[in-house]
Design a protein around this ligand. Structure first.
Ligand SMILES: *Cc1c(COP(=O)(O)O)cnc(C)c1O
Length: 456
């Protein structure tokens, strides 16, 4: 088999600056040893997130010039609406400035205090929006999903028995809708099978509970179904996406993911009275229903991007990059989460730095070593981000101590990944000399963004 090449060539370049190791040590020190506080231009390979960090295609840039900036009923809105309806088959389309705005409108119109919203795993903004209005976010992920060594093909699936138990416990009156997140971001971008979406819908139907898909990575999920689920090899990714959405009564979307755009989102539904309530809030919060916080040019770029995300060659290439990095790391013996998900590779920092106690944050040790060694910026998903305190105020370690290397879409080439492998290899080789960290300053909420660290 021949090498899977990037299915594009480069027409515009953006220079990256590579500063020296000494400069990186100094920059990190000035950032209080927290990579969130670094200047982006000091990070030559920035893998902090895949959200809004992708490159647009020539077709998207051309579409932007066609942006119709009319306040109401613009041509760009029509293009956006038609495209989203084509992919999803869903009737009412409401544009929003990003995914969490769609979640906020959904939560504030449909959720009352004490309501329970089941999901395979809620993304953090989804959970926050549900809890903000007094709801309870229930995570009903299948057991395979929490085992980092399990190689099941669909580790993002919802556990059907847990769903039935959740409905039996709370009653359908307390569950205005259920969600399923494709792919499961919180669980490492693991896919959900079509069979699982169908089974979830069948259970919900028995109780008349609507299903809302968190569709941020719907195209990556469609690709995994195509590759891994029986009966889908002969279908296009568009066919598969259409089938996925045929089981949904609505969806929320961040177009910063599989919209291949730098900003944007939407909220969609079939129910006319939901749509009316959504629109009332949309007008107050986001804008008139035919632009919803986006410029006409953004609507154009997203309309093109959504279809490009469903191109098979693009997904083959994208998943090849994820596999390429994970296979090389497995060859080196670096502990990672298996199998690799759709948008990131996760290093198991607890296993990498087994000389560092949990509450000296091995994840921060790995993140900072990657930066110092090669200017690579990853993110800790461990005790700093998810740690909690018990009733006596004692800090508890997170069950998993991971470092996420998220892949921006169409941004880095194979030589960037080869460089990345070299950087991780050096960090792995010198792991015994990597220090633990303590926190010298922190905020009460979301401390990982702004806290200060010091080497132990
Ligand atoms: C990114 C994301 C969101 C929120 O979208 P934003 O555009 O960042 O507001 C919601 N759910 C999932 C699964 C996501 O990945």
């Amino acid at each position: 088999m021949k090498t899977i090449i990037e299915p594009f060539r480069i027409k515009t370049t953006e220079p990256i600056k590579i500063i020296s190791k000494e400069e990186r040590i100094k920059a990190l020190k000035e950032a209080h040893e927290n990579v969130f506080l670094l200047d982006a231009e000091d990070c030559c390979i920035d893998l902090l997130t895949d959200s809004g960090t992708g490159a647009m295609s020539t077709r998207q840039w051309a579409a932007m010039m066609l942006g119709d900036e009319s306040y109401a009923g613009s041509k760009s809105w029509k293009h956006f609406e038609k495209t989203v309806q084509h992919i999803t088959g869903i009737k009412h389309i409401l544009p929003t400035h990003q995914g969490r705005a769609a979640e906020a409108i959904l939560a504030q119109t449909l959720i009352r205090k004490g309501h329970v919203i089941p999901n395979n795993s809620h993304f953090d903004t989804t959970r926050a929006n549900i809890e903000y209005v007094g709801g309870i976010a229930a995570n009903l992920l299948c057991d395979e999903g929490t085992d980092t060594a399990d190689e099941s093909p669909f580790k993002g699936n919802m556990d059907i028995e847990k769903l039935e138990a959740c409905i039996a416990e709370h009653g359908k009156e307390k569950i205005p809708f259920a969600m399923i997140t494709v792919t499961n971001n919180t669980g490492g971008g693991q896919p959900v099978s079509m069979a699982n979406i169908k089974a979830v819908k069948a259970v919900l139907n028995k109780h008349n509970i609507p299903l809302v898909i968190d569709a941020c990575r719907f195209a990556e999920n469609a690709y995994f179904i195509h590759e891994r689920e029986k009966g889908y090899m002969g279908k296009s990714l568009l066919d598969i996406a259409q089938e996925m959405f045929s089981y949904a009564d609505g969806a929320t979307m961040s177009c910063k993911k599989d919209g291949l755009a730098n900003i944007g989102g939407f909220l969609i539904c079939n129910n006319d009275s939901w749509a009316e309530e959504f629109r009332n809030l949309l007008i107050i919060r986001e804008g008139f229903p035919t632009y919803g916080g986006l410029a006409g040019r953004d609507l154009e770029a997203i309309a093109v991007g959504l279809m490009e995300a469903l191109e098979y060659d693009y997904q083959v290439y994208r998943q090849a990059t994820v596999r390429y990095l994970s296979e090389r790391l497995i060859d080196l013996g670096v502990p990672i989460v298996k199998p690799a998900g759709g948008h990131a590779v996760f290093l198991d920092a607890r296993k990498m730095l087994d000389h560092i106690p949990d509450l000296q944050y091995p994840g921060i040790g790995v993140v900072n070593a990657l930066y110092i060694e090669g200017g690579v910026r990853g993110v800790e998903l461990g005790s700093v981000m998810f740690g909690s305190f018990d009733e006596n105020g004692r800090e508890q370690a997170s069950p998993l101590e991971l470092v996420r290397l998220a892949f921006p879409r169409r941004v880095y080439t194979q030589s960037h990944f080869d460089y990345l492998v070299e950087v991780i290899r050096e960090v792995w080789k010198n792991r015994a000399s990597i220090p633990g960290y303590s926190i010298t300053y922190q905020t009460r909420f979301l401390r990982h963004f702004t806290c200060h660290f010091e080497k132990v």
